[in-house]
Ligand binder design. Structure first.
Ligand SMILES: NC(=O)c1ccc[n+]([C@@H]2O[C@H](COP(=O)([O-])OP(=O)(O)OC[C@H]3O[C@@H](n4cnc5c(N)ncnc54)[C@H](OP(=O)(O)O)[C@@H]3O)[C@@H](O)[C@H]2O)c1
Length: 292
């Protein structure tokens, strides 16, 4: 079985190669090797590799920069995804694609299920929703995994930034009125590999049968403040910290170019029921991630 991973140097992509190599031949493409902004290059790379499955972990993920350059975000997160989906259909390959909680406006008061109405607040969310819709409209054999608050200690992320700041500052101000599902990139990659493994008998047919949107994020929910507090408390290198106090602040006190959904934990029961996978509780995952 051959699997192509796009975005192989990102938080999730860099974890996928190891997880998938347990049962498949894996060919990774990073941004330098394959630019999703160039659909012809994407098509010709996939045609020459002829994979059984493609995992698209590449994306324009800078949510604030997307507000200034929505055209590029849409090209990478929307148009390129449409081209990948069409190519997978033509090559009879399955596709795993990641999407985001930013497709929601965050005004709901219970965790979001897959069929909840989408209403992105900003350019990144709109561009990711365009990618989802392109795959669904084309009836591509695509499993769309909406995830949230992905972190890795090996790459720049909310958690790695908090731990860096904890070494540099005495007081950290952390937003306390945004709630989400923190997701360890390593767990998301492992669960993705399990899903693909379960469908490996006839990837095109089985991905076609399972195609659609699934939520897959760390178990439970946390505020940014709770996530930062836990990361600092659980850090095995705590003796290096300078920080003595965390100050909860409101989103309104910390203006950023892109609006964030205030409440967007994901209800992941559909993926559990269909594929038998769910990610561990966010705090257990964080403790494990910090010990790596
Ligand atoms: N991070 C989160 O909190 C989060 C939350 C919800 C959903 N997601 C989704 O989960 C998936 C994986 O995210 P992640 O956290 O692993 O993101 P990431 O660490 O930012 O990785 C994305 C990768 O895509 C590459 N990339 C960007 N533009 C590209 C282009 N034009 N052509 C080819 N590659 C390009 C980046 O390379 P360069 O860095 O070299 O540009 C990077 O290696 C994405 O679909 C993302 O939208 C992420």
């Amino acid at each position: 079985m051959k699997i192509v991973v796009l975005g192989s140097k990102g938080q999730v992509g860099s974890r996928l190669e190891g997880a998938l190599a347990c049962f498949a031949e894996v060919k990774g493409f990073d941004h330098a090797a394959l630019d999703l902004g160039n659909p012809d290059a994407v098509r010709s790379a996939l045609r020459s590799e002829r994979p059984d499955v493609v995992v698209n972990a590449a994306a324009y993920t800078d949510v604030d920069a997307a507000e200034r350059d929505e055209a590029t975000a849409t090209r990478v997160n929307g148009d390129a995804v449409a081209a990948i989906g069409k190519e997978c259909r033509d090559l009879r390959a399955g596709l795993v694609h990641y999407s985001t909680d930013f497709v929601f406006d965050g005004r709901q008061s219970r965790p979001y299920r897959e069929d909840a109405p989408t209403a992105p607040l900003g350019a990144y969310g709109r561009s990711k929703l365009a990618g989802e819709r392109a795959l669904l409209d084309a009836r591509a054999p695509a499993i769309i995994l909406r995830t949230a608050w992905v972190y890795s200690l090996r790459r720049k992320s909310f958690v790695s930034s908090i731990l860096r700041l904890a070494r540099e500052r005495d007081v950290l101000e952390i937003v306390a009125d945004q709630v989400g599902s923190p997701t360890f990139a390593g767990d998301l990659a492992s669960a993705t590999a399990l899903i693909i493994y379960g469908l490996r008998g006839d990837p095109h047919g089985e991905f076609g049968d399972a195609r659609g949107v699934y939520h897959l994020a760390g178990g439970g929910a946390a505020t940014r403040f709770e996530l930062a507090s836990a990361a600092i408390a659980l850090d095995p290198r705590k003796q290096e910290h300078r920080v003595t106090r965390l100050e909860p602040v409101a989103t309104a006190d910390y203006p950023l170019p892109a609006p964030r959904p205030a409440f967007a934990p994901l209800d992941c029961r559909k993926a559990r029921d269909r594929f038998g996978v769910c990610l561990p509780d966010w705090k257990d995952a964080l403790a494990r991630a910090l010990c790596e």
